[in-house]
Design a protein around this ligand. Structure first.
Ligand code: ZN
Length: 149
């Protein structure tokens, strides 16, 4: 006997800015931020790292890129990774459905048995290697809520 698939609730869409959320009336920045000011105090290579990262995410499938006050968030159905631009590097965090101990993750926060935030740091485009490509794909699948099916 097969277990029925868990039904996913429809997304709530903010009537003002069109952002989509899994929680109705979710508090958010309501589309008032743009990408450029987030990198205003960063060295040019930081935007290069961001662009490479964004391209690797977009290679996984459709994604909404949401600039917020201090970070850029990537959303499939759910938000699955954020990037925080700094002067000479980016900080970020992947949401995985498992805990993954790895030297590249300097901190792991566990929110629930299927939700773990893995903090990482990117100093150059070379940091976006094949390990990262696999992790982006893993986080994207969480963003699609494949782990709930
Ligand atoms: Zn809104």
């Amino acid at each position: 006997m097969t277990r029925p698939k868990r039904q996913l609730n429809p997304l709530w869409q903010c009537p003002k800015c069109g952002e989509k959320f899994t929680t109705p009336n979710q508090q958010h920045s309501c589309g008032k931020f743009s990408l450029e000011p987030l990198f205003a105090r960063s060295e040019p290579h930081v935007f290069g790292i961001y662009k490479k990262f964004a391209g690797m995410v977009q290679a996984c499938g459709p994604v909404t890129i949401i600039p917020q006050k201090t970070r850029i968030t990537f959303q499939a159905r759910m938000r699955f990774v954020s990037l925080y631009p700094h002067k000479a590097h980016l900080l970020g965090g992947f949401v995985f459905a498992r805990r993954l101990e790895h030297p590249r993750f300097h901190k792991i926060e566990t929110f629930s048995p299927r939700s773990h935030l893995h903090h990482f740091r990117l100093d150059s485009e070379d940091d976006l290697d094949s390990d990262f490509e696999a992790w982006i794909a893993e986080a994207y699948a969480v963003g699609e809520q494949k782990h709930l099916e």
